[in-house]
Design a protein around this ligand. Structure first.
Ligand SMILES: [Mg+2]
Length: 231
């Protein structure tokens, strides 16, 4: 496989283990703010409410329906609503603490480092993420993923969000690269796979849980280490 020179990676849920890191930071916050005393002592219910809410808000963000500030202002209000906890009891700095603590967590997806170690010897590696500058830079640093990547494109520093093809074109311009020499690797059928297709970039759909989706990517993998076989 010699035709690619640049590999474009998504960050959250693709390299950086979003779900595990969020679970860890919410576990800390649940204890530190004594959230279990507000009406439901079960952390798992709180976590489920967070996951469902956060997923919906990020879907809306990716579709351009809400912006960063709205996402952050709405997040814990919606979580408290869904978990049937009193909105008047939301700690003032909960969102800020959530962002700080979550982005300081280091867990990465299985086989991330050995796969990147192999790929780094053969390709230029970059990040294209819909996340926000400070959080994404912190995540890269905390997890020690930062040393692998040359260009980091975020929705904030590019002004565009996947699946908009302009975020990919922004990357191509900076890299002085042709779309046909790039390969996008990500877990999100819409933002990563449809997005790269919009920009005529080949795609690897990383689907570790083998969830159903109607995408038709160039390649499919369930483990990051499968990239070594493809590339
Ligand atoms: Mg992702």
């Amino acid at each position: 496989m010699k035709k690619y020179t640049h590999l474009l990676f998504d960050l959250d849920h693709t390299l950086w283990d979003y779900d595990s890191n969020v679970r860890d930071s919410l576990t800390e916050l649940f204890t530190d703010y004594n959230l279990g005393s507000l009406g439901n002592p079960d952390f798992e219910l709180f976590f489920e409410a967070f996951q469902a809410t956060n997923h919906l808000l990020w879907e809306q963000f990716n579709k351009g329906l809400i912006d960063k500030d709205e996402l952050r202002a709405m997040r814990f209000k919606e979580v408290f609503n869904r978990a049937q906890l009193p909105l008047s009891e939301i700690p003032k700095d909960l969102e800020e603490q959530f962002i700080l603590r979550t982005s300081s967590k280091a867990k990465v997806m299985d086989h991330a480092f050995e796969t990147l170690d192999f790929l780094k010897t053969k390709y230029q590696l970059h990040i294209i993420t819909n996340g926000f500058n400070l959080s994404q830079y912190n995540k890269l640093k905390s997890s020690k993923l930062d040393t692998y990547f040359d260009l980091i494109v975020t929705s904030e520093n590019s002004g565009f969000r996947k699946p908009d093809k302009r975020i990919f074109e922004h990357a191509l311009l900076h890299l002085k690269a042709e779309a046909s020499h790039c390969l996008m690797i990500g877990d999100n059928p819409l933002s990563d796979i449809q997005g790269a297709q919009n920009a005529e970039i080949d795609q690897v759909y990383y689907n570790p849980l083998n969830t159903e989706s109607e995408v038709n990517p160039t390649y499919r993998i369930r483990h990051l280490s499968e990239l070594i076989k493809i590339l």
